[in-house]
Design a protein around this ligand. Structure first.
Ligand code: MCA
Ligand code: AMP
Length: 523
């Protein structure tokens, strides 16, 4: 029995080395070729001194190099640290130093972004660069291909054990700083088994994957499912509605597409605009953010297919899914995957609630992570004595056993499937000289689901919305910048001094738009 997803893939690759597994732009990799590169990468890392349990950050776009470095790091016994490619100085400095990453695999732009962080990133010793950097770097670096050539593609290295740490996924920054969710090899394996079983994923499947690999949806659902089922993936650098629609129309070998609701909204628009219709696929999956029943019906009408919506988290991977066979119910996230549990509890008493009543969703099972990296306090707060994990999502289970997500207990904005923690944006904006006080919140957005809005008490002279958006963009990922800024005289606070964001939200959503609203120029 395999003890890791990696072992499952390497075993499959030995059994059927000629099977195509990965297509990217003009390149095709068979399972045997990919396994050879993974093994070479792993053995080269070990030769260069990487020890078991040491962290290797991937700050990389979708590419075969990402897949090789991801699996190769695990085969070398290392721990992968996933980093969103949009992250800038504030996020990079925090994540790479918190994780104590010793190596970072990145491109030329990534290396340039990292360079000013030489001092705070004291654990970082060397870089692997997939493109030649433009100038000198403050760390020694080795080219990706050179590293592969150093390694032995036939080395027989020890397999990671199930209890060993595989990945740190940074998430949930309620304090403004994200925490590393510790995912063990056995978590990855248990969840991918549950997902592939629930969705009847087989070696005959071919997935069109445009989601970023640095997040759970693309990586631990899309890539893991492909590697463990023996199917193949058509991996794209990024999502673009016209290209996806034409691939779905022309390529009869594709059987599945996974996306966030923003992608489906754009695909429907593109289909209506062009009159093009995709061929029916075996499976369309949506997740990472709520899929509105309206969009579910729009896809059904335009594509003739009922999307399967599922619910997951970085800490737990996939939690619940609508049925593959049986009714896919819009506005719900279905039931727990096989071998996993979910329940709804009262937020105060923590007692389980009857069906139909709203509380916090908790989950338990072999897919649930081992805790937050070096944060025993945060870990203890997130679990109860019986091992139930508090998701921070509010919802209910209906009489037929379908879970519905109705809100969030924690402050979180989900914009186009990317998470934005208001506190992190507030902390950055508060350092702007024109800002006396600031509150950040999410408001509905037709494309991204929610948009980031900043309410600012200005100092004189008041800053422009554009100046504040640019200020954020220089320091944080661009998707976190406010798309709307409102200047106010004071923030509403309760008796304890806490900003009453619900009042701000109501005020901002009233049709008579206040005169002080400013919009940064759209990108
Ligand atoms: C890009 N921009 C955004 C977003 N994406 N702004 C707000 N929200 C966004 N999601 C900004 C960029 O910063 C840029 O601004 C401008 O929009 C255009 O950038 P571009 O790269 O062209 O964006 P895009 O191609 O239009 O991207 C939209 C997208 C993307 C394809 C929907 O956001 C995306 O890939 N989302 C998927 C995220 C995902 O995989 N989430 C799963 C997390 P400027 O020009 O000013 O720089 S895992 C998870 O949630 C759990 C586990 C689960 O259940 O799956
Ligand atoms: P992340 O921290 O990036 O892993 O995001 C996880 C969060 O995304 C969950 O806690 C939910 O709030 C949200 N989420 C994921 N899938 C869905 C879904 N299908 N419907 C609503 N929210 C979702």
């Amino acid at each position: 029995m395999a003890t890791s997803l990696l072992e499952l893939f390497l075993t499959r690759a030995r059994q059927a080395p000629e099977r195509p597994v990965l297509d990217f732009e003009q390149q095709r990799f068979t399972a045997g070729q990919l396994a050879g590169h993974v093994t070479a990468f792993a053995s080269a890392l070990q030769r260069r001194g990487l020890k078991s349990g040491e962290r290797v950050a991937l700050f990389l776009e979708n590419s075969p190099a990402f897949v090789i470095a991801y699996l190769g790091t695990q085969y070398a016994g290392g721990v992968v640290v996933l980093v969103n490619t949009q992250y800038r100085q504030v996020e990079l400095g925090h994540i790479l130093s918190d994780a104590g990453a010793r190596v970072c695999v990145t491109g030329a732009a990534g290396a340039e972004e990292l360079a000013p962080l030489k001092a705070p990133l004291s654990a970082l010793e060397w870089l692997v660069t997939v493109e030649s950097p433009d100038g000198p770097l403050p760390w020694p670096d080795v080219g990706f291909d050179t590293l592969l050539a150093e390694g032995d593609a036939h080395a027989a290295l020890p397999m990671p054990r199930g209890e060993q740490l595989a990945v740190l996924g940074y998430t949930s920054g309620t304090t403004g700083r994200s925490k590393g969710a510790m995912l063990l090899h056995r978590n990855l394996l248990a969840n991918v088994r549950a997902v592939t079983e629930a969705w009847r994923w087989t070696e005959n499947d071919r997935l069109l994957l445009t989601l970023p690999l640095f997040h759970t949806h693309g990586l631990m659902v899309g890539l893991h499912g492909t590697l463990s089922s023996g199917g193949s993936v058509d991996l794209r650098r990024r999502f673009a509605a016209p290209e996806v629609l034409s691939a779905l129309q022309e390529d009869a070998s594709l059987t599945m597409f996974f996306g966030v609701p923003t992608m489906y909204g754009r695909l429907v628009e593109e289909a209506r605009r062009t009159g093009l219709r995709p061929r029916p696929l075996r499976l369309l999956v949506s997740g990472s953010a709520p899929l509105s029943p309206q969009l579910f019906h729009d896809v059904a009408e335009t594509f003739g297919q009922r999307i399967l919506e599922r619910y997951g988290m970085t800490e737990t991977l996939m939690n619940t899914t609508n049925p593959y066979e049986g009714e896919r119910r819009p506005g719900t996230v279905g039931m727990p995957y096989p071998g996993q549990e979910a329940r709804v509890v009262d937020v105060r008493t923590r007692q389980p609630l009857p069906d139909g009543e709203t509380g916090e969703i908790e989950v338990r099972g072999p897919h649930v992570f081992a805790g937050y990296w070096q944060r025993p306090d945060a870990t203890a707060e997130s679990f109860d004595a019986e091992g139930w994990f508090r998701t921070g999502d509010l919802g209910l289970r209906d009489g037929d056993g379908y879970f519905h997500i109705t809100g969030r207990a924690r402050e979180l904005i989900i914009s186009g499937g990317f998470n934005v923690y208001p506190r992190e944006v507030e902390e950055v904006l508060a350092t702007h000289p024109g800002v006396a006080e600031v509150a950040v919140l999410g408001l509905p957005d037709p494309d991204f689901g929610e948009q980031v809005v900043a309410v600012v008490v200005p100092r004189s002279p008041p800053p422009s919305a554009q100046a504040l958006a640019d200020f954020c963009k220089d320091r944080l990922a661009s998707f976190k910048k406010p798309r709307r800024v409102e200047l106010v005289d004071a923030l509403p606070r309760n008796a304890l001094g806490k900003v009453q964001k619900h009042l701000l939200r109501e005020h901002l959503q009233t049709p008579a738009a206040p005169s002080s609203v400013q919009k940064p120029t759209e990108p």
